[in-house]
Ligand binder design. Structure first.
Ligand SMILES: [Zn+2]
Length: 294
């Protein structure tokens, strides 16, 4: 039985304090419990606050180390772009139109990115979060990859503990196709342990945010292969209402042909266009990679 607490004048346990205070003592089934564990109210409050701060520091340290692990291993951001964040993107570069707007819209995209809730359920965004298409036709090396990586970095920087899975997957088209094509040559043992085409597609569909960089940059031998892969990924994400960021070296018309084939076979692009809902960013200008140093 718990009785009413009694108060008693005591000395604070803290050797630096030792002031007299009215201690509340509770008798619980014959055991005396002193509220505040023998510390005066002020010291008890300080100890509690220090505990809370320590726990918060430990939580933030855990988050920081998880972010680092994902940034370097899971997210797929290339090592060359480990520092390619929005802050290091020079949108005022000579000869490039549209970079200021492109940066602004990509930053907005990453800043508003809705994280799934605590149970790992997708956000309930009306009709899903919009996808993003960033393209420039005439020049390569204009900064699309930097912007795409900056989106990935920003989303990782905003991750605060939920969901317990890397929230973003970055992959170049070249790497995506190479990984799938390599799987066709696996021997029997490798087939058992290494991801095949279906596993890779599943990984691309299930990523919270998928970024495919440099779409249409290289000539691909077999257009049916390209179309099959993109249909599986985009259709899968469309149904799961998960957005995709695509950077392309093709304008939307050429992208449609690249994804689609003939009349009536343009489902992939139609789905993508519906997902994008107007988030199409066009950059033109001189490639800074090819510019001679001054
Ligand atoms: Zn004290």
């Amino acid at each position: 039985m718990t009785q009413q607490p009694i108060t008693e004048l005591r000395l604070c346990k803290n050797p630096d304090c030792q002031r007299e205070y009215q201690a509340e003592i509770i008798n619980c089934m014959g055991v005396q419990i002193i509220r505040g564990d023998g510390y005066c109210q002020e010291c008890a409050k300080k100890i509690y606050e220090a505990d809370v701060a320590r726990e918060e520091t430990a939580r933030l340290a855990k988050i920081a180390s998880k972010r680092r692990e994902w940034r370097e291993v899971k997210s797929g951001i290339p090592s060359k772009f480990m520092l390619a964040e929005f802050g290091s993107f020079d949108e005022k570069r000579n000869g490039c139109t549209g970079l200021v707007n492109a940066k602004k819209r990509c930053l907005e995209f990453a800043e508003k990115w809705p994280f799934p809730d605590k149970d790992g359920k997708p956000w309930r965004y009306e009709k899903g979060y919009p996808s993003l298409l960033l393209y420039s036709e005439s020049s390569w090396g204009i900064g699309k990859t930097h912007l795409a990586c900056a989106i990935a970095h920003k989303v990782l920087n905003r991750w605060d503990g939920q969901p317990m899975a890397c929230p973003v997957k970055f992959i170049s088209e070249y790497e995506l196709f190479s990984r799938i094509q390599a799987s066709y040559n696996y021997n029997l043992e490798e087939q058992k342990y290494l991801p095949g085409e279906a596993d890779i597609i599943r990984e691309m569909v299930s990523a919270w945010l998928l970024i495919i960089d440099d779409v249409g940059k290289r000539r691909v031998q077999d257009p049916r292969f390209v179309q099959r892969i993109y249909f599986s990924i985009i259709d899968g994400r469309y149904k799961a209402e998960r957005p995709i960021v695509i950077t392309a070296n093709l304008n939307p018309d050429k992208l449609k042909t690249y994804f689609g084939g003939g009349i009536g076979e343009e489902a992939t692009f139609d789905r993508l266009f519906e997902m994008v809902r107007g988030c199409v960013i066009h950059i033109e200008g001189e490639s800074y990679r090819r510019r001679l140093p001054k």
